[in-house]
Every structure is written in C-alpha cells, then in structure tokens.
Write a protein that binds this ligand. Structure first.
Ligand code: PGA
Length: 269
C-alpha cells in the first residue's frame, strides 16, 4: 500500500449511550440539560447524546459543531404496521443526526448481521449517520477473533454503496469490555482499529476508508479516557455508564478538547 505522510484532521466524537436510563422523565430532562451545556462551544469535540426513544425530544437543540443527538436503534422498516418499532424518518423528524446500530446488547437479543446491515442502509437512506458497532465476544491466543471481526464487518455493511461508506462511523466495542470494569488497552485498541480500517479498504476506496471515524467503546470512564484519546488512531469514544454522570462526562470532554486528533496514514500498513 502506498505510504503517505499526509494527515487528515478529524473531530473527536464522544457518543453518550444512555441505554435504558434514566428511570424517569424528570431525570432525563436534567441529564439532557447538562449534556447540552457540556456540548456548548466545543472546538474539537462533538458530543452526541443518545437517550431512549421516549426522551429523544428532550435532547433536541439547535445543531452546533459541539453538540448533536441521536437514537440507540432504528426499525428495519421504513413504514408500515410494526408495533413498537421507531422508523428512521421519525428519528429524523426530530432533526436527530445519528443512530447507534448493531450494539452488542441488541445483537445479544438476536439481531443478526443481516438486520444490522439493513438498518445501516435504512439510516443512510434518510440522512442519519449510523454509528455501527462491531466487536468480538472473546479473544483467543491465535487471534482468530480478527477473522470473526472481519466477517462481522463485511456482513454488517453488506449492500452499503461504496460512496455511502464515507457517511458512517464505526465503533469498535469488544463485547467482553462492555459494562464491566476492564477496558481494552489503548495500544491493543489501536492495533484492532488498524485491522478494521484495512478491512474497510476491502469494501471501499482507501481514501474513504481513511476518512471513517473509528471509535472505541467498553468501560471507558474519566480515569481511562485520556489514554485512548492520546492515540491519533482513535477518533472518539462510545460511552455507556460514565456518560450519565455529568462530572465524569465533563472530564472526558475536557480530555478530548485537549487532544489534536489526526488520522496518520503512515501507520496503516
Ligand atoms: P460502558 O458501555 O461504557 O458502560 O461499558 C459501553 C457501551 O454502551 O457500549
């Protein structure tokens, strides 16, 4: 592969995945207000608040570079009789810009790669940016998990047109690191992210693959975020628990604003 010293600047994404929290609308409004104020005036970071559907309207605010919002899932269907589903167009009608797709907690409930790919295409068709979650369940010493990861990426992005690849975000979330107390290491995350970028180059052009923001998620908090953000190859973080604590989130955003994120083409072998 051609090596180039050229570096592309990219904003750092901090995705706040509230999951099925908080318990009440009152608390959701408080968290939404805090999140909006944390997103004010950010220079290098985009904070994306992703609440449960009933609270989506609470995070609505005018678009700025520092603050955006999105959903945690989307229906496979554009419209029709699908009780309990929420259509991509309904999410867009609140002027949301993002949607998390293929989170491991949804995959664990039976969501297949085929369904993930359909949701990615549905999101793109209405102009939503899909944050596509990929990650291995467990590690093996022979690194076979990388082959599983490659297969998952191919299948989860099946049918996405090469030019649309430039509109997606990838969140690398090793399943074993989510919701526990042990995050992956920043060095190992960089290795895997480089592998994911190489895999993306099998599906789209090198230029487009290099432009896709690559995030890490899994037990990130205010004590370890800076370690990940010190790596140029990691373009942001998808955060569960710590994103619901405004003090922790503020410290993570502060670390993000202090960094100078670039994609180093030279590091991709
Ligand atoms: P966590 O969740 O930060 O609580 O581990 C991460 C995630 O939602 O993917």
């Amino acid at each position: 592969m051609k090596k180039s010293a050229q570096k592309a600047r990219i904003r750092t994404f901090i995705i706040a995945n509230w999951k099925m929290n908080p318990a009440t609308h009152v608390d959701a409004k408080k968290l939404a207000t805090k999140s909006k104020s944390l997103g004010k005036g950010l220079k290098k970071t985009t904070l994306v608040a992703c609440p449960p559907f009933p609270f989506l309207s609470d995070v609505v605010a005018p678009h700025t570079k520092g603050y955006a919002y999105g959903a945690q899932d989307v229906s496979l269907h554009a419209s029709g009789s699908h009780t309990g589903d929420v259509a991509a167009s309904q999410i867009v009608s609140l002027k949301a810009s993002y949607v998390i797709v293929g989170h491991s907690e949804r995959r664990a409930k039976g969501e297949s790669d085929v369904e993930v790919a359909t949701k990615v295409r549905v999101a793109l068709s209405v102009g939503l940016t899909p944050i596509v979650c990929v990650g291995e369940r467990e590690r093996d010493d022979e690194a076979r998990y990388l082959l599983t990861l490659r297969e998952q990426i191919h299948a989860s992005l099946e049918g996405v047109s090469p030019r649309d690849f430039g509109k997606i975000i990838i969140a690398y979330e090793p399943v074993w690191a989510i919701g526990g107390d042990t995050a992956n290491t920043p060095d190992d995350t960089v290795e895997t992210i480089l592998f994911i970028r190489k895999t993306l180059m099998e599906l789209t052009s090198e230029k487009t693959a290099l432009s896709i923001p690559m995030l890490y998620g899994g037990s990130v908090d205010d004590t370890n975020a800076a370690g990940f953000l010190a790596k140029d190859e990691i373009n942001g973080l998808l955060i569960g628990r710590a994103s619901r604590d405004p003090k922790k989130l503020a410290r993570i955003i502060e670390a993000s604003e202090k960094r100078n994120s670039q994609i180093k083409k030279t590091k991709i072998r």
